[in-house]
Design a protein around this ligand. Sequence first.
Ligand code: NAD
Length: 486
Amino acid sequence: MNAPATSRWEGRIFLGDWVAARGSSLPVVEPATGATLGMLGIANGEDVDESVRIAAEAQPGWAATAFDRRAEILREVARLLKERAAELNDWNIRECGSIPPKAEWELQASYEQAHMAAAMPMQAIGQVFPSSMPGRSNYWQRIPIGVVGVIAPWNFPLLLGLRSVLPALALGNAVILKPDAQSAVCGGLLLAELFADAGLPQGVLHVLPGGGATGDALVKHPGVGMISFTGSTAVGRQIGETCGRMLKKVALELGGNNAMVILDDADLDSASSCAAWGAFLHQGQICMQAGRHLVQRKVAGRYIELLAERAARLVVGNPAAGPVHLGPLINDRQAEKVEAIVQRSVAMGAKAVVGGNRQGRFYPATVLSGVTPDMPAFTDEIFGPVAPVTVFDSDEEAIALVNSSPYGLAAAVHGASAARALALASRLKSGMVHVNDQTVNNEFQVPFGGMGASGNGGRFGGPASFEEFTQSQWISVMERGIQYPF
Ligand code: NAD
């Protein structure tokens, strides 16, 4: 593995040019070892003010840039993502504790999204409507919002930042990206350099590493026309409140507590494989993680056995040091939270069939049996590699259990009868439901998003991104001047 080069961005933020951060600084910590990989510059309120000023100045010129030039730059972004894959992946592994296949998948998905974004500027931007007034044309068109603030989490920093940054830029906005301070290098600083090298005009993209205070300054800035936020429900609610008060457009993609329903006619070998992937991938730190396993009584014993066998085979360790299935959790606080949820649930009567013992930031793949709806393992978003199993008797009971959660991001249903599984799936309060698959699914061309406490109904991906990252305008044109009665 290469030693990460830090000299370009240490202590600096990107406002179209690298400048020293006026705020504080924070170490970039490798979660697997605790080693410091570099020092981040943290943007403060003044930096945000300066960034918004520069972005607002640069945006009209970018929006007026010929569509084919915007597309060309985004295709170059895609090419550079591939060319710089080794560096981006090294950082994803070391900075975020990702295993190499996760980092590689994330990079490939980001590459595909860049190509999709490059196809956006050439699309029709409006419709023409008839008019009741003779000689009038009614044009309804989508126009850029102006300056879009993107606030991203640390778990898939590249993908979850870029899924907003790319379409927002493609549609003529300027973008200020605030990555999480725990993933600011691969989720921001390397991207700033990459977009600049791809030919994006100066000032159109900014990267401001920081935490809550930096994000809050961005949200509250009157010059920012939209906030695209991916993160926790608690922070999303605050941001939603602020944006509501300011009448600012806001897209909220929030937490989840996603259910997999295993019906008594399911293929248990496939279901347990799907479950292991959905529950343990990236140490369970995925908004769509399969965090509740609802299994029909008749097959519950066998399902637990198969899932526990799969969990026991998964190797935990430092992903930069050798092949492992699970890397570290992102920080001590998160590891302690996972441990506390498991311990409290066990104290209430659940059983750790496999796993359940934390070693520092490392937590093994864990299967809990005997989980009831009053236990924290059922009610809380764990964000760790834990598969809590709850037994049900009827399809109606399964639907009620799934829908008892305030979250509504992703769900999955396993069953041999497509008609039965589909009938059940269509009654789940979930933005995304997968039949005979698992909950962690993200295809960039399909609109993605949740219901209830998982978001405010916004969708990213495919045609939905046109709606999210533009506003609309009615322009009517009369052939010649007319006279009204007044
Ligand atoms: P978080 O809400 O604490 O942080 C997310 C981002 O918001 C970070 O960049 C953080 O610095 C910033 N932030 C924190 N406080 C802020 C404030 N007051 N104002 C503005 N910005 C602020 O989330 P987290 O715990 O780091 O991330 C995990 C959560 O994100 C989980 O709940 C997970 O389900 C969710 N998530 C959702 C999706 C989705 O697409 N629905 C995807 C990934 C993660």
